[in-house]
Design a protein around this ligand. Structure first.
Ligand SMILES: Cc1cc2nc3c(=O)[nH]c(=O)nc-3n(C[C@H](O)[C@H](O)[C@H](O)COP(=O)(O)O)c2cc1C
Length: 371
C-alpha cells in the first residue's frame, strides 16, 4: 500500500527509459545521441562519478511535507532540474522540440534550446505560454559575429530569459560514431535558428556563419555579455580558474559541463569538477551542472556538493523517442519522484536542508566516509 502507482508498463527508471527509447531509433541516430567523443571515457565517467559518492541518511526528521521547488532565471520551477540544449530533437520524434517544450512547461521545468535545434525558438517558447516556466537559448560561437548577434536578438525577441554560451566547443569533438555511420541531418529537417541561406546538410563546406570561432577569448565573452539583456551562463566550465574568469567577465552563472562527454574525451567528470569550482566561486555567481544525471539521487548529490541547479540533455531525448511528449513527462516524473524519495530518506524536507554532510566518499583506506 505504500508503493506509488506505476506510470508505465515498461519504464520504472531512467535506465529503462534509455533502453526502451533507444529501441525505437535507428542505429545511426541512437549512436549519435547516446555516444560521445573518442573512447567515451568522459561520457562513462560522468555517470560513474555519481556512483562514487554515497549518501549519509539522517533519520527521525519530519518529512511529511517535501518541497523540491526552487527558482531558476526568476521562474518558479518544480525541482532544480531543466533541459540542457541538445541538437536535433526531431530525429527522435516528429514533434521534436515542440513536444519537449510542452512536457517541460507542464512540469514546471525550464528548457534551453540548442542553436542546432530543428524548431525555431519562438515556436518552442509559444508552447509554454501561460505555464510560468522560463526558456533560454544556447549559442555556439561562430566566426561571423553578426550571426552570433542574430541568434541572441531572436532569443530576446522570443522572450528567452537566459543565454547559454557554449565555451567548450572551439573545435568539434571527435565523435567516432558520426564518421562510422556517415551521420548527417536528414534532408527533410532544417536548422531554423541559423540565418537563412546556410546549407544545413553540408557540414564540411566552409561558411563563417556556421564555422566554430577558434579565436573566441574572454574579451569576446565580455563583449557578448554586454550585448544582451538576458542572463548569460558560460556552459562548459570544468576548472576553478575558468570559473573565476567567468565571474570576472560579468557572467550571471556557469554550467559545469563537459558537453555530456561529446567534446574533450578524458576531461574530468562534472561532479568531480564541481567541488573545486564551488570552493573558488564563493557564491559570486550561480553554479549549475549537467552531465551524467540519471536519477533523482544524482540531483541530490549535485545540490549537496554546492550546485544551484542541474540540467539533463539525453533524458528528454530518450523520452521523446519512447513516446513523444508523454515519454518526456514520464522521465521528469520519475526524476521528481526519486528526488522527493531521496530527500525524505535523507531527512531533508526542503532543498536548503541538503548539505555536504549527507554525502560520503571513498577514502584511501577503502572505506566510504563523511566528506
Ligand atoms: C544529442 C546531443 C546534442 C547536443 N547538442 C548540444 C548543442 O547543440 N549545444 C550544446 O552546448 N550542448 C549540446 N549537447 C550537450 C548538452 O547540452 C549537455 O551538456 C549534455 O547532454 C549533458 O549530459 P547528459 O546527456 O548526460 O545529461 C548535446 C548533447 C547531446 C546528447
Amino acid at each position: 500500500m505504500n508503493r506509488l502507482a506505476n506510470q508505465d508498463e515498461l519504464v520504472f527508471s531512467i535506465k529503462d527509459l534509455q533502453r526502451e527509447g533507444t529501441k525505437k531509433l535507428s542505429k545511426t541516430v541512437a549512436e549519435y545521441y547516446n555516444e560521445g567523443s573518442m573512447d567515451l571515457l568522459t561520457l562513462n565517467d560522468n555517470t560513474m562519478a555519481f556512483d562514487r559518492v554515497r549518501l549519509r541518511p539522517r533519520v527521525c526528521v519530519d518529512v511529511s511535507e517535501i518541497d523540491t521547488s526552487t527558482k531558476c532565471f526568476g521562474a518558479k520551477v518544480a525541482m532544480p532540474l531543466g533541459f540542457s540544449p541538445a541538437a536535433m530533437h526531431k530525429l527522435a520524434h516528429p514533434e521534436g522540440e515542440l513536444a519537449t517544450s510542452r512536457a517541460a512547461a507542464k512540469a514546471g521545468c525550464n528548457m534551453i534550446l540548442s542553436t542546432w535545434a530543428t524548431t525555431h525558438i519562438s515556436d518552442v517558447v509559444k508552447e509554454g505560454e501561460g505555464y510560468g516556466n522560463a526558456y533560454g537559448m544556447q549559442l555556439s560561437m561562430v566566426e561571423d559575429w553578426q550571426t552570433n548577434i542574430d541568434v541572441v536578438r531572436n532569443a530576446e525577441k522570443a522572450g528567452c530569459k537566459a543565454l547559454f554560451l557554449t565555451v567548450d566547443c572551439a573545435v568539434l569533438g571527435r565523435r567516432l560514431n558520426e564518421y562510422r555511420n556517415g551521420f548527417s541531418l536528414p534532408k527533410h529537417l532544417q536548422f531554423p535558428n541559423l540565418p537563412e541561406g546556410i546549407d544545413p546538410h553540408c557540414s564540411t563546406v566552409y561558411d563563417p556563419r556556421r564555422a566554430y570561432d577558434r579565436s573566441f577569448t574572454w574579451e569576446k565573452v565580455k563583449r557578448l555579455v554586454a550585448s544582451t539583456t538576458m542572463q548569460v551562463y558560460l556552459k562548459g566550465i570544468l576548472t576553478a580558474e575558468d570559473a573565476i574568469l567567468a565571474a570576472d567577465c560579468g557572467a550571471h552563472g556557469i554550467v559545469v559541463s563537459n558537453h555530456g562527454g561529446r567534446q574533450l574525451d578524458g576531461a574530468m567528470s562534472t561532479l568531480d569538477a564541481l567541488e573545486e569550482i564551488v570552493a573558488a566561486v564563493k557564491g559570486r555567481i550561480q553554479i549549475h551542472l549537467d552531465g551524467g544525471i540519471r536519477r533523482g539521487s544524482d540531483i541530490f548529490k549535485a545540490i549537496a556538493l554546492g550546485a544551484d541547479h542541474c540540467w539533463v540533455g539525453r533524458i528528454p531525448i530518450w523520452g521523446l523517442a519512447y513516446d513523444g511528449e508523454r515519454g518526456v513527462t514520464l522521465g521528469l516524473n520519475l526524476l521528481q519522484e526519486e528526488l522527493t524519495l531521496t530527500m525524505a530518506l535523507c531527512g531533508c524536507s526542503k532543498l536548503s536542508d541538503i548539505t555536504p554532510g549527507h554525502l560520503a566518499r571513498l577514502r584511501a583506506n577503502g572505506l566510504f566516509a563523511k566528506l
